[in-house]
Design a protein around this ligand. Structure first.
Ligand code: NAD
Length: 486
């Protein structure tokens, strides 16, 4: 990684702005050409991406394809298929009171969009927002994560070759460069990362009244009571949790189930882990590593003094932490006669900064899965409602009533039944959080909407000057007529 000298940052933003002002990003043909260029950047350098992701995160070629490259290719293809229709001006309704008049809805690009990405899916989370940014006719400045240096360097090297006119610029670096970037004026900022940095981004954006899309994280809970499909469901749960060594924003963070189900669930998870990553996951090419020592030490500290049911083996030199399942004690009693579904009934939140167990106090973001026994699905709902709205909620149950209970009595970025993670790959669905897990959403048409301005264009011809009724001097008859028409 070559950090950018500070002066390069404003220059990159200015160059992108000049290019946008030239109008060269706007024509539909230019947009599709850029999407094809992005496609070529990925397909012609697949192996280089696989090598970079292996170096940064020990991500296997299979996982790199599945969770990074293919997700972006699918987004590009979906966008190319629908772009013409999205870009077509729509007809806008005009009320009778304004007749005769016509209105159209024009989508116009916002300008220069800054995309700031985290390290855990360093390709997908940088280039997937770029698909919508380019499709909407904007110029872009990309800030890859300094904590995935091989991937950042590769992208910084490839982008000028595939976007020679400078419609996409890359600024490499860490906090100083991002801080410098945030001083510039952008027309939109897409930030994916932690809530702490999300707040910094939003404050900086406020200086320029720049709108933001914040893709943040949090503790995504799981409810599990599917006795009928125990092994199948546990395998899906283990896959969702331990993919990328648990370093996924929508990874299941903790599992709630009833105390009598815990032993069977632990057995089923053990079997699933062995099936997917073998008896010693350290030797599996398909099992990832923790991104750096700082994160490794944080996770090791979280495990200190906990009752490990599966895994727990670790090696700091290799940044290896085995897929680990721990059981944590049941939270304390709730107050009030009725343990209802609303916020406010929980005495001490089971999850959140004041939780009774360290693993339940912050987003884990690693291969450690706590099982939290609770009395019932209703109590699980209370636990979820006791803290920030999560990015995703996963429900493994055979009961339609239980599914409805979670859908209707909790709020989260998304709900997935009987699986985890998969909604991220559904290009037609909005992806984003709610409350503390994020602001705004993107993917497919939702990216188009997020990175365009929908501009009503109204034309009221000068003939048949009905506007005179709304102009002084007012008459009783005229006002009565306007009122009736409105
Ligand atoms: P992070 O917030 O530490 O860093 C994200 C980006 O912000 C990086 O590019 C970094 O250079 C920059 N940054 C860091 N500190 C900064 C500062 N003080 N000022 C300005 N810029 C700064 O996040 P991370 O550790 O890379 O990623 C982990 C977090 O991201 C987790 O909370 C996870 O849940 C979340 N996440 C969310 C999504 C999503 O789609 N919602 C996806 C992946 C990760």
């Amino acid at each position: 990684m070559t950090p950018e000298p500070a002066s390069i940052v404003p220059r990159a933003v200015n160059d992108a702005r000049h290019l946008f002002a030239s109008g060269r990003t706007r024509p539909l043909a230019a947009r599709t050409a850029r999407l094809r260029a992005l496609r070529a950047l990925l397909t012609e350098n697949q192996q280089a991406f696989e090598v970079a992701l292996w170096s940064d995160l020990h991500k296997s070629a299979g996982e790199a394809q599945l969770t990074e490259i293919n997700v972006i290719l699918a987004e590009i293809d979906h966008t190319l298929r629908h772009l013409r229709r999205w870009a077509r001006p729509g007809r806008g309704p005009v009320p009778v009171a304004l007749w005769p008049a016509r209105a159209r809805l024009l989508s116009e690009p916002l300008g220069v969009v800054l995309v700031i990405a985290p390290w855990n899916y360093p390709v997908q989370l940088l280039l997937n927002p770029l698909v919508g940014v380019l499709a909407a006719g904007n110029a872009a400045v990309l800030k890859p994560s300094e904590l995935a240096p091989a991937t950042a360097e590769l992208i910084a090297r490839l982008v000028p070759t595939y976007f020679p006119d400078g419609a996409v610029r890359v600024v490499e670096g860490g906090i100083p460069e991002t801080t410098e970037l945030l001083l510039q004026r952008f027309d939109h900022i897409v930030f994916t990362g932690s809530g702490t940095v999300g707040r910094i981004v939003m404050k900086a954006a406020a200086e320029h009244l720049t709108p933001v899309t914040l893709e943040l994280g949090g503790k995504s809970p799981v409810w599990f009571d599917d006795d009928a499909h125990l092994h199948q469901a546990a395998r899906r749960l283990a896959w969702a949790k331990f993919t990328n060594a648990g370093q996924t924003c929508v990874a299941p963070d903790y599992v709630m189930t009833t105390p009598d189900r815990v032993p069977a669930l632990v057995d089923a998870l053990r079997r699933a882990i062995t099936d997917m990553w073998g008896t010693d996951p350290r030797t599996s090419r398909d099992y990832g590593r923790i991104v750096n020592e700082r994160q490794f030490d944080r996770l090791a500290a979280l495990l200190h003094g906990t009752e490990v049911a599966i895994g727990g083996e670790r090696d700091r030199a290799e940044r290896y932490l085995a897929p680990t399942v721990v059981t944590v004690p049941t939270p304390g009693p709730t107050t009030g006669p009725d343990p209802g579904l609303d916020r406010g009934h929980v005495d001490r939140p089971a999850v959140g900064p004041d939780a009774h167990h360290p693993l339940l106090r912050e987003e884990i973001f690693g291969p450690v899965l706590p099982i939290l026994p609770v009395a019932s699905a209703e109590q699980a709902v209370q636990v979820i409602n006791g803290w920030d709205k999560p990015l995703a909620l996963y429900v493994f149950t055979s009961s339609a009533r239980t599914r409805r209970l979670f859908e209707q009595h909790t709020s989260s970025g998304a709900v997935v039944h009987d699986a985890g993670l998969i909604h991220v790959a559904a290009t037609g669905l909005p992806f984003g959080g709610v409350g503390a897990s994020g602001i705004g959403s993107y993917h497919g048409a939702y990216s188009w909407r997020a990175f365009s301005h929908l501009k009503p264009v109204v034309h009221k011809p000068l003939i048949m000057d009905t506007l005179r009724l709304a102009q002084p001097p007012f008459t009783r008859r005229g006002l009565r007529l306007v009122k009736r028409l409105m």
